[in-house]
Design a protein around this ligand. Structure first.
Ligand code: 5RP
Length: 232
């Protein structure tokens, strides 16, 4: 028996959505790309959530059959709420995907991971032929790392090891992401912690150099992936 959908009264999205009109516009834009039979990587965060809503509307109106590969539990629950058929990277390769970003520079390099879903987001992006990055103008920066630190997903046992290794990098500040002082560190879906690291400069080689530190599961730097930036 199939589970009844829409058990939750609301889709999963916590918090206010800033810049909502702009995000709705870019969400509408990406929904026009959906074709019958597509396998689509579904990003996380507020812009991706709005895009998912618009895509679900198109799927229902045009009776399209698509498969969704969510990049987080939040995205998975939203796909389920909207009645989309969910699959995984074990079974399908995404034809294309969409996702948000925290910063984008002129060379299409991204910082992602404010929502902590960077690991699965990178797996899905690396598997897709193309990913549309949905942003408003406020996400464009002249210099990557200007507003946002680079998040690292780190095995909790490796926090000190990674902190020590970072001393050999040109970094300005390292912070363990905390939920609240009382609740302790934010944990990712895989039970890892996040270290937010500010760098004075972000060369193209940095993503790979950070990934090589033992204990770093993934970085929020996305450099050299097949992306198309959709800006409103
Ligand atoms: C989550 C992400 C998000 O895509 C990024 O934080 C942008 O979020 P929003 O669309 O809410 O501004 O990387 O890990």
């Amino acid at each position: 028996m199939k589970w009844k959908n829409n058990l939750a009264e609301q889709p999963v999205w916590s918090g206010e959505i800033s810049n909502r009109d702009r995000k709705d516009e870019v969400a509408q834009k990406v929904s026009r790309f959906v074709k019958d039979g597509d396998v689509i990587g579904i990003g996380s965060g507020s812009t991706s959530f709005l895009a998912l809503e618009k895509i679900a509307e198109r799927v229902a109106e045009d009776r399209l059959e698509i498969l969704a590969i969510p990049t987080s539990k939040e995205a998975e629950m939203n796909c389920s709420y909207y009645g989309l058929t969910i699959t995984s990277l074990l079974n399908h390769q995404p034809d294309w995907g969409f996702d948000g970003a925290d910063e984008v520079d002129g060379k299409q390099r991204l910082i992602k991971g404010r929502g902590g879903a960077l690991f699965a987001e990178k797996l899905v992006m690396a598997s897709a032929a193309k990913t549309y990055i949905l942003v408003d103008e406020s996400k464009h920066v002249e210099k990557l790392g200007k507003k946002f630190a680079v998040p690292l997903e780190v095995d909790p046992r490796a926090v000190h090891l990674v902190e020590t290794a970072l001393q050999t990098f040109d970094c300005e500040h390292v912070q363990l992401r905390m939920a609240t002082a009382k609740d302790g560190p934010v944990l990712t879906e895989a039970g890892n912690v996040l270290m937010d690291v500010r760098f004075a400069h972000i060369p193209d080689t940095l993503e790979k150099e950070l990934s090589a530190i033992p204990g770093v599961i993934e970085t929020g730097l996305f450099i050299g992936y097949s992306v198309e930036i959709l800006t409103v």
